[in-house]
Write a protein that binds this ligand. Structure first.
Ligand code: SF4
Length: 223
């Protein structure tokens, strides 16, 4: 896979948008909530994350200082619905500590950091991997950083954008970013459309009939 322009990627977008329309996807009511959701969603589905966020909201913990002050055991109990709650409570604490010690607990102080530098900084926070970092950048901080998730990877392999054994996160991200205008709104919409087609058609068993991407060369058995 190369990170040079791939003409199919803008075409996939057009086909998905034509089929499904704008998704209006914004995973949270505020940047703080979106970041919390991005950390909690690791290895679980969004419905469970919503339950955990509702509990945090009720406990008035959608707030960086409050999250810093709350005991980690209380935090773990509240986010239990999201699964792996002890690990995720630690991860939330690590992020909060980073934000409070390095940036005064203020998301707006991240605005002056160039996107690539900010991504590197986020990846240094314990428990923040590339997908979480990019979700934070794109959805909470409105930075154009393409998110690769399991659906994107599966579709990329089935459409021969990446070999099954080398569907590397950074390479796939680079391929999408090299092929699209660097625009936050576009990356946001594209990711939402990929999730939509993944849920409807491109699960562990591909249902190619009627799929908006069926006209593009693919091999449903590739993964
Ligand atoms: S379901 Fe088939 S056509 Fe649709 S994205 Fe997956 S492999 Fe491609």
């Amino acid at each position: 896979m190369s990170s040079s322009k791939n003409r199919s990627l803008p075409q996939w977008y057009d086909a998905l948008l034509a089929a499904y329309g704008p998704q209006g996807w914004w995973p949270g009511e505020s940047p703080t909530e979106i970041i919390i959701g991005a950390i909690l969603t690791q290895n679980t589905n969004w419905r469970n994350v919503e339950k955990a966020i509702a509990a945090l909201r009720e406990a008035r913990l959608i707030d960086w200082q409050a999250l810093r002050d709350v005991p980690v055991s209380t935090l773990a109990r509240l986010i239990r619905p999201a699964g792996y709650f002890n690990v995720k409570a630690q991860r939330l604490k690590c992020f909060v500590e980073w934000l409070c010690t390095r940036h005064d607990g203020r998301l707006d102080s991240l605005e002056k950091i160039p996107p690539d530098q900010l991504r590197e900084d986020l990846l240094e926070v314990k428990g923040i991997g590339p997908e979480t970092a990019d979700s934070i950048l794109l959805y909470a901080l409105s930075r154009p950083s393409f998110v690769i998730d399991a659906y994107t990877r599966r579709i990329a392999v089935r459409h021969r954008l990446a070999p099954k054994n080398d569907a590397d996160y950074e390479k796939l991200k680079a391929a999408f970013e090299a092929s699209l205008p660097r625009e936050t709104a576009l990356y946001n919409e594209y990711h939402a459309l990929i999730v939509a087609v993944g849920k409807r058609h491109c699960g562990p068993r591909a249902k190619c009939e009627g799929c908006p991407l069926a006209a593009f060369p693919h091999d449903a058995e590739a993964i």
